[in-house]
Design a protein around this ligand. Structure first.
Ligand code: AMP
Length: 214
């Protein structure tokens, strides 16, 4: 199963990608995670990407296409994979189609997660990572005990650099102008499946599996 997870920032693509990856026993790549790791390690990729990421803009197609190109050469294409956060514009979608065609493969389904903008902003602005456990928490939605236990055990609640309100708004603007057209790209070739993400993680996962089996 070769899947793309589309949708605005904060919709929960990363969480669903992990669940789907376990369920289907296929690997997943998040271009955002790869870029954040590169920034942390101050590699040349990270140094080139950081300014754009901090501003909530897209990193150049050349850089992200290269990441995905390298990735698909290393995995078992026939078995499948999940792409989270790529493609983010139509150029990347076209590039991916060619890269896969060269390997005799194509995308099977594109899951397009959707959620209202108010909830997205709350999810993103409240998102924190516990520095001890790396668990992703939310100051608005996570149980109080979880937040307190992170701090009690000496952990810090770390906010992603691009999860500050102004950057979030820009990421949503970029999503609307650059990434929404990608949904139409896949809609026109019959691969797009819309999934509504307002419920809890497990209900959204159930809806995802149901949509895939239709
Ligand atoms: P994400 O974790 O998917 O929200 O990505 C975080 C940031 O990484 C984005 O705001 C972009 O700056 C950059 N990024 C991730 N994936 C891509 C992509 N496919 N194309 C361009 N930039 C990307």
């Amino acid at each position: 199963m070769r899947l793309i997870l589309l949708g605005p920032p904060g919709v929960g693509k990363g969480t669903q990608a992990k669940l789907l990856s376990n369920y289907f026993s296929i690997p997943t790549i998040s271009t955002g995670d790869v870029l954040r790791e590169a920034v942390k390690n101050q590699t040349s990729l990270g140094i080139q990407a950081k300014v754009k990421m901090d501003a909530g803009e897209l990193v150049s197609d050349e850089l992200v296409n290269h990441i995905v190109d390298e990735y698909i050469q290393t995995i078992d294409i026939a078995k499948g994979f999940i792409l989270d956060g790529y493609p983010r514009n139509v150029m990347q979608a076209e590039y991916l189609e060619k890269a896969l065609a060269n390997l005799g493969a194509e995308i099977n389904f594109v899951l397009d997660y959707q959620l209202d903008e108010g909830t997205l902003i709350k999810r993103l602005s409240g998102r924190r990572t516990c520095s001890n456990t790396n668990e992703i928490l939310n100051i608005y939605y996570s149980p109080k005990e979880k937040i307190e236990s992170c701090i009690k055990n000496g952990g810090e609640l770390i906010q992603r650099d691009d999860d500050h309100e102004e950057t979030i708004r820009n990421r949503l603007v970029v999503y609307r102008s650059e990434t929404l057209p990608v949904s139409n790209y896949y809609l026109s070739n019959g691969k797009l499946i819309a999934v509504f993400s307002e419920k809890d993680v497990h209900s959204v996962f159930e809806s995802t599996l149901k949509s895939l089996s239709r």
